[in-house]
Every structure is written in C-alpha cells, then in structure tokens.
Design a protein around this ligand. Structure first.
Ligand SMILES: Cc1cc2nc3c(=O)[nH]c(=O)nc-3n(C[C@H](O)[C@H](O)[C@H](O)COP(=O)(O)OP(=O)(O)OC[C@H]3O[C@@H](n4cnc5c(N)ncnc54)[C@H](O)[C@@H]3O)c2cc1C
Length: 391
C-alpha cells in the first residue's frame, strides 16, 4: 500500500463539495479537495445570487426532516460566519389547492406540524397584490422559508474547511478517480494523490469521473426584472415564491441588489449531452417564456429582464439525488443529480457525505437516493421526460 496524502479527497468544491469539506474537517478528518475552477465560480449549480429555501415541500413531505435540519444549519452558519447567508423572508406557494405540488405542501405541513399561513384567494390578493390572482388559487406561506446566498455560502464553507486544516486546490481539474487495494487514487495533471476514500461532488460534470452516474446536465436560465415600485418587492414585504398555474412554473426572490427581482421559469433549455457544451449566450427566444409568465403573474415588474444568467444543474430521471457509494467502488462516495432543488439542503448533504466517508453510514434516510437504483442510463432527449424543474 502507498502512503496516503489524506483521509478523504473531495472532488468538486461547488455546493456539495464545499459543504462536505467543511463537515469532514468538523469531524476531525484530514481532507484534500480539488476544484476545476476557482471556489464559488459561476459556471456550475451554485451561481445566480439567490436560492429559495422551503420546508413545506412541493417535491414531497419525506424531505421535511432534512429540510428542518438544513434550516438549523443555515442559521448556525449565518451566525457563525457573520455573513448574510440565509434571509428568513418566508416562502409563498401559489396554485390551485388540488394540484400535486400544493398537495405535497399541505402533506408536509400536516405530517410535520409546520408553521404556516393559508391564504384563500381574497386574502392572497389582499396580502400579496404583487402576484396577479388566478381563479381559485390559494397561497400557502411557509413561515420557515427564505432565501440563501449561494456563492457566499460555498465560499464560507470552503473558508471554514481551510481554516480547519483542509488543503483545497483550485484550478485543479481531477482527471480520474481510481480504486486501489485500500483506498483511492486521485489523478490530476500534476500528480496522483492517495486517500482512504473519495467524495465525488462534481455536479453536472459527474459522468466524466463516474460514468455510471445517471445524471443529465441541464441549463437553468435566471432573469432579473426591475419593479415599477421597488419598495413593494423588498424582503420584508415580498417573500420568496413558487407558483404553478396553467403550466407556468414560476419562482423568484425579493430584491437583493436594490433594483431588481429575480424570477425564473423551468425547462427553458433542453438537456445537454455534455456539461462542457453549455453556452452562456442566450438566444432571444429563450427569454420569451419567462417574459410571458412575468407579464401575466407579476404585473408590477417591467416585463423585459434587465439581466440574465445561465447555470447548470445535474438531473436524474426521478429528480432525486444520487447519494452513496458508486456501484463496484465502495470507497468512492458520489453525491450528484440534485435536479434543480438541492441547494437548500446542502449543509445536510455535506454532513451525510462526511458520515458516509468516515463511518460508512448516516442517520438520515437516504434509501431512495441509492445510486444503484437506475437499471439503465437516462438518455438526454429520450426515456422518461423530466417534469418541470423545482427550486
Ligand atoms: C439556476 C439554478 C437555480 C436553482 N435554484 C434553486 C433554489 O432556489 N433552491 C434550491 O434548493 N436549489 C436550487 N437549485 C439547485 C441547486 O443549486 C443544485 O442542486 C446544487 O447547487 C447542486 O450542487 P452540486 O454540488 O451538485 O453542483 P455544483 O455546485 O455545480 O458543484 C460541482 C463542482 O464540481 C466542479 N468540478 C466538476 N468537475 C470537476 C473535476 N473533474 N475536477 C474538479 N472539479 C470539478 C465544478 O467546477 C463545480 O464547482 C438551482 C440550480 C440552478 C442551476
């Protein structure tokens, strides 16, 4: 056996990798980490200024225990770092009461006794006139919801990991991860590193190192709109929101930059076969759907965006992440495929990565996230068509 460089190598220091490095060092592990770009860069899944945090969950009530723990961790991290990582604005879900997302929101509330306010159509129109009403729609305000600062959160976790002794190498792409007799070899252009275990958190790029991972890279377009009266969209009066109406899936956050509201729609661009194909130049017709949604549902915003960004996330066919040992490679733990809704739980996923790498198990229920659950690769443009993206 060759001498080891560290207990654990973390590959990809974006959302999940930075949190994993932080939690691993917190558990006393000797950590090395590698990022192909700089920490908190804007080409992956962590860019775009803000992320919605919700506990009453459109995607299913089974996430609530993780979401509750995540909220505690965000509050702790915000306090400990002195940085505004989490802003408790609440999160408003809007839709007809009997659509699946709203049923799941109610199930989350009922099964887990979550604090909330239910707004009937009149109360919704009166309390949040920024949202144009549609017949019969209600609002459910998740009072534990809010918004997160993704770039700052990634940077904070990486700084904390470094302060605790992690050696994190930026602009250092990993070329291969290879199992060895009693550990893993991590190959970079400069040298090969050895660790007891590897945590692969390379997001939309995951198939380059773990070809069996059933993850498809998919662009998400974000757009920012200037309000006619900016005072009506500040965090104190305008919660983060998510809305499903007549096939429109619209989400957004209050003003954070003093001038604009972020609003986005799902599924504007088709999936990519390779994350490196991403172009960040947006054809004009790609913005048209969000402009239509904003014009209809947020009439207090000028309907032409003042800026846009294109980011990537990795999607699985069932929109549930892959978390666990790579089939056939027990010392390589993969966390990928967060399918448009993973950021809010990132500190918990970091803890789970540390649990799996150091103890071989976790107290969180991750059975449904087993990386071995897909019998065949999810083909971009084929197979099961993804449902609208979550956030
Ligand atoms: C625009 C957008 C909006 C979203 N909104 C929300 C929201 O409101 N709420 C929510 O909860 N979730 C949201 N999500 C989802 C969430 O942000 C993602 O699920 C999450 O950030 C995924 O993190 P990740 O660690 O898998 O990927 P990333 O954060 O992209 O991390 C992967 C890292 O690996 C690095 N890497 C890749 N290959 C290599 C290599 N070979 N060597 C070294 N480094 C490598 C990359 O450079 C990158 O830094 C959104 C996603 C997007 C894109």
């Amino acid at each position: 056996m060759s001498a080891r460089d560290a207990d654990v190598a973390v590959i990809g220091l974006g959302t999940m990798g930075s949190m994993a490095a932080w939690r691993l060092t917190g558990a006393g592990a000797d950590v090395i980490g590698f990022e192909q770009y700089g920490v908190a860069h804007d080409r992956g899944a962590a860019g775009g200024e803000s992320r919605l945090f919700r506990t009453a969950y459109h995607e299913g009530s089974e996430y609530v225990p993780m979401l509750r723990r995540a909220r505690e961790m965000w509050v702790e991290l915000t306090r400990a770092s002195g940085r505004p990582l989490f802003t408790p604005t609440g999160c408003l879900s809007i839709g007809l009461p009997d659509i699946d997302p709203m049923r799941n929101v109610r199930a989350s509330i009922e099964e887990h006794d979550l604090e909330h306010e239910t707004l009937d159509p009149d109360a919704l129109a009166h309390r949040f006139p920024q949202h144009a009403p549609a017949a019969g729609e209600i609002g459910i305000l998740d009072t534990a919801g809010g918004m997160l600062r993704p770039e700052l959160a990634v940077l904070t976790a990486a700084v904390l990991a470094r302060t605790a002794g992690a050696r994190l190498f930026e602009r250092t792409p990993v070329l291969a991860v290879e199992p060895e007799d009693d550990g893993v070899a991590v190959v970079t252009a400069e040298r090969t590193w050895r660790a007891r275990r590897a945590v692969v958190t390379t997001g939309p790029w995951v198939r380059e190192l773990v070809p069996s991972a059933e993850v498809t890279p998919k662009p998400i377009v974000l757009t920012w709109f200037a309000p006619i009266d900016v005072r009506a969209y500040h965090p104190g009066v305008f919660p983060a929101f998510i809305r499903d109406t007549d096939g429109h899936h619209l989400f957004g956050c209050p003003v954070m930059d003093g001038v604009s509201v972020k609003a986005g729609v799902a599924d504007v661009w088709p999936p990519l076969t390779d994350a490196r194909e991403l172009t960040r130049d947006l054809p004009e017709d790609a913005i048209a759907p969000v402009m239509r949604s904003v014009q209809r549902f947020l009439p207090g915003l000028h309907p032409s965006p003042i800026r846009h960004e294109v980011h990537l996330d990795g999607y699985t066919a069932d929109r549930t992440a892959l978390i666990g040992p790579v089939p056939g490679m027990p010392d390589v733990i993969v966390l990928a495929g967060f399918s448009g809704h993973g950021f809010k739980m990132a500190p918990v996923f970091g803890s789970i990565a540390a649990d799996l790498a150091l103890r071989g198990g976790t107290g969180f229920d991750i059975a449904r996230m087993d990386p071995a659950r897909f019998p065949a690769r999810f083909a971009p443009g084929g197979g099961a068509a993804p449902a609208p993206a979550d956030h």
